[in-house]
Design a protein around this ligand. Structure first.
Ligand code: NAD
Ligand code: ZN
Length: 280
């Protein structure tokens, strides 16, 4: 595994591990990049197939749903199908192992994610979701939770049941029929925070407190373009934290102290392995 890292990066990972074991409170913010090696495209990746003519930023909005709920619902159903068989990669597993290990060593590792997939949970991490959950639905009018699919496992089950009784269904038209709220008749929408909407207040409070109180803030696989999540690193910095970024590409984040320029699935297992040696 070490062979996958350049000698400069190995030195940086070792330096980062030494810094991390000397601290108690660590806040990790993950973005779409942490799930990229599981096969889930990021927002900056160009959409493929049927949806190649659309930009994700133009579909994930209230205005788009108000204008064409069918289009937006269909896009999410396609997205759910794309994500339904995806599993955690070594970055999710390393974070989960570190979180469990940290508890034993009196370290506190708070994981906050912008992702709407459930790969952190599948890897057994405790995580705060800032932007909602791909597998949950609610009414677009009265906000009542809609009991449909609640996680990727039940979605898989629903998909395979349906496909076994309906051989004509294709990947892109699965379950695209709009649903209505049983209470008020409004359209059912995914329980996801769209561009321009406020973040769930409890999740934001958890994230803001963790950022303000941490000694090290680690930003993994996020473009640092989507606010307010992108502001968490600045909150941490203003409160004296060191900022680490893990991303193969440059970002506009100007408060970073250490950048590990590589894929999260390569760096995170190395970082955790160094941390566990130093902590033992
Ligand atoms: P983004 O798409 O804006 O940026 C992804 C970042 O990940 C980029 O900076 C890219 O360089 C980096 N990256 C790509 N591959 C990587 C890897 N292997 N390791 C580390 N980094 C890698 O994503 P964002 O910053 O999270 O913000 C966009 C919004 O998109 C969020 O609100 C999020 O909810 C949503 N989104 C979520 C998912 C998901 O749940 N998996 C997928 C796509 C978009
Ligand atoms: Zn309703």
């Amino acid at each position: 595994m070490l062979a996958e890292l350049s000698s400069e990066l190995i030195v940086e990972v070792q330096r980062t591990a030494k810094l991390l074991v000397a601290k108690q409170r660590i806040c990790v913010l993950t973005g779409a990049g942490v799930s990229a090696e599981s096969g889930i495209p990021t927002f900056r990746d160009k959409q493929t197939g049927l949806w190649s003519q659309y930009r994700a930023e133009d579909l994930a909005t209230c205005t788009a749903f108000a204008r064409d709920p069918q289009l937006v619902w269909s896009w999410y159903q396609w997205g759910r199908q794309l994500v339904s068989d995806k599993t955690p990669n070594p970055a999710h597993h390393a974070l989960a192992q570190w979180q469990q290990h940290a508890g034993l060593k009196n370290q506190q590792l708070t994981i906050v994610t912008q992702n709407v997939d459930d790969l952190h949970e599948q890897a057994d991490s405790t995580v705060t979701h800032l932007h909602g959950h791909l597998w949950r639905n609610r009414c677009s009018q009265c906000d009542m939770p809609h009991n449909g699919v609640s996680n990727s496992k039940s979605f898989n089950r629903v998909t395979s049941n349906r496909n076994s009784s309906d051989n004509s269904s294709t990947a892109h038209n699965y379950n695209e029929k709009l649903l209505n709220c049983t209470d008020c008749g409004g359209y059912i929408r995914p329980d996801i925070v769209w561009f321009g909407e406020s973040l769930p207040s409890e999740a934001w409070q958890t994230a803001e407190n963790a950022a303000a109180n941490c000694e090290v803030f680690i930003s993994i696989g996020t473009s640092s373009l989507v606010y307010p999540a992108a502001g968490l690193a600045q909150i941490a910095k203003q409160n004296g934290a060191k900022i680490i970024e893990i991303n193969p590409n440059p970002t506009p984040n100007t408060v970073v102290d250490i950048t590990l320029v590589a894929n999260a699935g390569v760096v995170m297992p190395q970082l955790f392995s160094q941390i566990s040696v130093l902590l033992s």
